[in-house]
Design a protein. Structure first.
Length: 581
């Protein structure tokens, strides 16, 4: 058979080879529109109640099983599924649709699930966008329990050395999958923040996505090579290609073993300069990654899920309980809580009606919080309470200037007065707009620290659609103008003796992390899965090397020139580069 090569996007690092199993699950069957008589309403609602109870029992049992096998971080995914099954608003809407439209429960469930999933699928934030998978996963389970045939459970027993090929893998698929015999996962769609991708990284299974048509182009039984470093898939490889793949896999495995062995060591240059590594997390369960990867704490905890995944505003008690739990788990290590970063197309369901009435409220970040002071005030009170339990910091998102920070500080001080807390936590500003870059000195005068969000800063500085910038393949974060902006922020912070942290995804790429360190950055926050390689790279250089590297990069005139400098700098490029097709 002729060799075929496909290029996608890496989700979980590593190399895998084996026989393909093409899985046609990942979605629920479309429920045909069928009408019922008035006399049939009670019967349909009874069927719905039974299906919901059976679904809850299944998920509760699965959670207990996987808690023993995987731990809280992974099985916490099922909490979101259980929350939807118990949500009174969702249940009420399904029953109302059955009663008013006289349709079967299958159709009513599908319509409500499609509406919720569609709402999340449109948001800009990747983590929240990928939660539409969870919504559809719950819908699939409900329909299965309405006595419809489905695909759930088909992945529990797989042949050894299976490369799973599918259009999409939903969270339940990944949890129930035969992990022992799965060597790689290949999907047509799925993002970095999907629960399937998070689980794959946690389980150490190489995974690649963005391969349109791969489920049709591949047949069960085909021999497949998965290079999840470059996102390259080879079906029916030649002997030469297989040899290249094996060589690259052996080198990768050797370096990965070395990195793992050294992960407990500090991220310190050869001449003793420490670059502290922190974690970006978007779910409470991910806090366990801090100790697992020997990190210095949480540099960015995104709180949007509390607002986007609930049909009503999260209460003071709920937020307090969550933040306190995280602070206690971290002990003396810092927990940097970013206040709600909403606005644009990240609109909570409970505020949709208000946005329709007042479209002028379409704000972002801190300005959004100031426009919804009740939400902001409640969150600040909860964070202040948590500050009594640990080393908590507060981070304001999408800051544009000192004036709005002063307004936010007034609300913060009022919350502290109400809570009778005098020992206040440190407060910082996210620098991710050009306006904030130009006002950096004024911002630093009133803030304890700053964090640079390279993702949004890149978008706004280059006037680009953020969807184009989600992959490092575009290397937009290395644009000379952005590097100069970062340098300006770092220099001002150092001059005013304020901490500065990079918390954009660019910090998770080893060579780029070294570039930032050469600019003077001493704190980097990233996805925990990326920290081992960053730590390894920092430990192989002295500060002079990093400063020279940064100096050359700052003089570059184009992204391509910066890339060439990065390539020359990387002492391990032959070990980490992917096999060419």
């Amino acid at each position: 058979m002729t060799m075929k090569t496909f290029k996608g996007k890496p989700l979980s690092p590593g190399y895998g080879e084996g026989r393909a199993l093409v899985y046609h699950g990942g979605a629920y069957c479309n429920a045909p529109l069928r009408f019922i008589e008035l006399s049939g309403i009670d019967g349909e609602i009874h069927r719905f109640d039974n299906a919901m109870q059976n679904s809850i029992k299944e998920l509760t049992s699965l959670k207990e099983k996987f808690m023993r096998e995987l731990g809280q971080a992974e099985t916490g995914i099922l909490d979101a599924h259980l929350a939807l099954l118990k949500d009174a608003d969702f249940i009420g809407k399904v029953k109302k649709r059955i009663s008013e439209e006289l349709v079967t429960v299958e159709h009513a469930v599908e319509k409500e699930i499609d509406g919720l999933a569609g709402l999340l699928a449109k948001v800009e934030n990747e983590y929240l966008r990928e939660r539409n998978q969870d919504i559809r996963d719950v819908g699939r389970r409900i329909l299965k329990n309405l006595n419809h045939t489905g695909t759930m459970g088909q992945l529990r027993l797989l042949p050894p050395n299976t490369v799973l090929v599918t259009k999409e893998l939903l969270p339940s698929d990944t949890l129930e999958m035969d992990r022992k015999n799965t060597v790689a996962i290949v999907t047509e769609r799925g993002g970095q923040q999907s629960h399937a991708a998070i689980l794959a990284r946690s389980l150490g299974i190489p995974s690649v996505t963005g391969l349109e048509g791969i489920a049709k182009e591949t047949k069960t039984g085909d021999y497949v090579l998965v290079d999840a470093q470059a996102g390259t898939i080879t079906v029916s490889p030649s002997l030469a290609r297989a040899g290249q793949f094996t060589d690259a896999k052996n080198i990768y495995d050797d370096f990965s073993l070395e990195e793992k062995r050294n992960e407990f060591k500090d991220s310190v240059t050869l001449d003793g300069v420490e670059v502290e590594l922190f974690a970006n997390i978007g779910r409470p369960e991910e806090v366990t990654d801090i100790s697992l990867h020997y990190l210095k704490g949480v540099g960015l905890f995104r709180t949007e899920f509390l607002f986007m995944e609930s049909p009503r505003p999260p209460s003071l008690e709920l937020q307090t309980k969550l933040y306190c739990s995280l602070a206690k788990q971290l002990g003396k290590l810092p927990l940097t809580i970013r206040t709600l970063d909403l606005g644009g197309d990240k609109q909570p369901a409970f505020l949709m009606d208000e946005m329709k009435r007042n479209p002028e409220l379409e704000l972002r970040g801190l300005r959004y919080s100031l426009a919804h002071e009740d939400l902001f005030f409640t969150q600040l009170r909860a964070i202040l309470r948590a500050s009594l339990q640990g080393n908590v910091k507060i981070l304001f998102p999408m800051v544009t200037g000192a004036d709005e920070l002063q307004e936010a500080l007034k609300i913060f001080k009022h919350a502290a007065h109400l809570e009778k807390i005098s020992d206040l936590p440190k407060i910082g500003a996210m620098i991710e707009t050009p306006a904030a870059v130009f006002e950096i000195n004024e911002i630093l005068e009133i803030m304890n620290f700053v964090s640079i969000g390279t993702n949004d800063l890149t978008q706004f500085m280059l006037a680009a659609d953020r969807n184009i910038l989600v992959s490092m393949n575009s290397f937009s974060e290395l644009h000379p103008s952005l590097l100069k902006a970062v340098k300006k922020i770092v220099d001002s912070s150092l001059e005013m003796k304020k901490d500065v942290c990079i918390c954009g995804e660019a910090a998770g790429y080893p060579e780029v992390a070294c570039l930032f360190a050469g600019m003077g950055v001493r704190q980097l926050s990233m996805s925990p899965i990326r920290t081992a390689k960053v730590r390894s790279h920092v430990r192989k250089h002295d500060l002079t090397d990093l400063q020279n590297f940064a100096g050359k990069s700052l003089k570059a005139k184009s992204v391509q020139e910066v890339l060439k400098i990065l390539e020359d700098f990387s002492i391990n490029k032959h070990a980490t580069q992917s096999v060419s097709a």
